[in-house]
Design a protein around this ligand. Sequence first.
Ligand SMILES: Cc1cc2nc3c(=O)[nH]c(=O)nc-3n(C[C@H](O)[C@H](O)[C@H](O)COP(=O)(O)OP(=O)(O)OC[C@H]3O[C@@H](n4cnc5c(N)ncnc54)[C@H](O)[C@@H]3O)c2cc1C
Length: 374
Amino acid sequence: MVSRVTPLRYDLAVVGAGIIGLAHAALARERGMSVVVVERYDRAVGASVRNFGHIGVTTQEDEALVHARAGREYWLRLAAQAGFWIQPAGTLILARAEDEHAIIEEFAAQRDGSVRVLDARGVREIASIADPRLLGGALCEDDLRVSSVEAIPAIASYLAASGVDFHFRTNVTGASTGVLHTGRGDIEASTIVVAAGHDTDMLFPDLAEEANIQRCLLHMLEVDAPPGSVFSPVILTGTAVLRYRGLSQRAAAQSIRDRLARDHPDLLAALVNVKMSQRPNGRLVLGDTHAYAHTHDPFREEELDDLLLREFHALLGAPLRVRRRWHGEYAHSETEDYFVREPVPGVFLACVTNGTGMSTGLGFARSVLDRVGY
Ligand SMILES: Cc1cc2nc3c(=O)[nH]c(=O)nc-3n(C[C@H](O)[C@H](O)[C@H](O)COP(=O)(O)OP(=O)(O)OC[C@H]3O[C@@H](n4cnc5c(N)ncnc54)[C@H](O)[C@@H]3O)c2cc1C
């Protein structure tokens, strides 16, 4: 039942029921605030339910690493409170070439015991990798895996039961000091956090433009796992050096980039990150490609899916039956990883702009609320 909003006054109004909005709501509620979340759709259908569910701590660097470490503990606590599936199964970075092996050894040496280097046999005990080029892998033991399509609604239900008010199917049209403007009327709140993800550019176009925010578009697939296979950790491959700062800054990264440019220009052109995560029902979530623009064409390019399927066929040694295909979008900035602005007193814009919102968003939200003074 959808109705007009009741004219209550809250300590905090949050725009968006994705992971960043929910993280702010959960942390503020824990700190004793009265909280309302306003979401334009029936439920979250944005980046937070379209991703791999990979909470990757170890491959982050700098501020992202600080947020990810803080966020990890909070994910485990939230999972226990809200009762959703979470796996401390880690991330496995595969090495299928000498330079990839060099990078994982260098990475493990710099990560203080949280990364274990495995030989090919050790890898195959926890992941059914058929590719004969496999040399070994690095297991990042701190990393977590959730099923986003279940975890995000579970967090929202848990918060609703804990006293957070939700207004779904309610579009926010603007925010001024103390008042959130929606298509169903105004909501009064001492503080407003706008966690609208890539739609931040719709609500605050000038500020988004100043921060060079664009939309990153990704192709994703869901396939049946090959019969009898097991994939406990999230799987990353050599292309991860193109995306994770914890890896891209290692000495061997340039050799991998040069080799990809020489041998696989199609992977570089589509900015492919060969990455995979298993859902609780056994299906594999495969991805991903990256393209940056303010507005993307609405068409899915079949060639990009073919490219992903070719790579996974080589990795898993079996033809794959596709069950679902989708696009995801997230906000991306070349110049800042975390976008926080206060355009008018008491209205905060909070957006993760480096594509790591599942991994670092909970820690990031805590830093925003600390800044607000809650
Ligand atoms: C395909 C894909 C794979 C990814 N994989 C990973 C991964 O493995 N690990 C990782 O750490 N990160 C990953 N990410 C990034 C991560 O998913 C995002 O950083 C994160 O989900 C962003 O969360 P959010 O809450 O800001 O945005 P969203 O989840 O998009 O939520 C924003 C919400 O705001 C609502 N909203 C917007 N405007 C309004 C309005 N005017 N009024 C009311 N409501 C509004 C939207 O409807 C939406 O529900 C991935 C992203 C994608 C797309």
